[in-house]
Design a protein. Sequence first.
Length: 97
Amino acid sequence: MTIFRSLLAALVFTSSIVALSACDKADEAFDCNMICNRYSDCFDANYDVAACVDRCENNAADSDTFSDHADDCENCLDDRSCTGSFACIDECSGIVP
């Protein structure tokens, strides 16, 4: 019975790590999508949103610092109008032009 409990505990632990990783990826995708679309909507209707999202997601996957930066940008932009987005220049620099 002890071996069964150990295996069950290991399975639960591994499943939690996988689930948390999936949540982080979903959050990064949401952040990047929102940031790139906001830039297109507010500043440049011809902006290549798909390329921006791909670049942002790749950078976020490679660096926790970039991922945190994208999260800060998205949080700053949230509930702001296009003109209010100028207040987020520090949080969003390096993600969009």
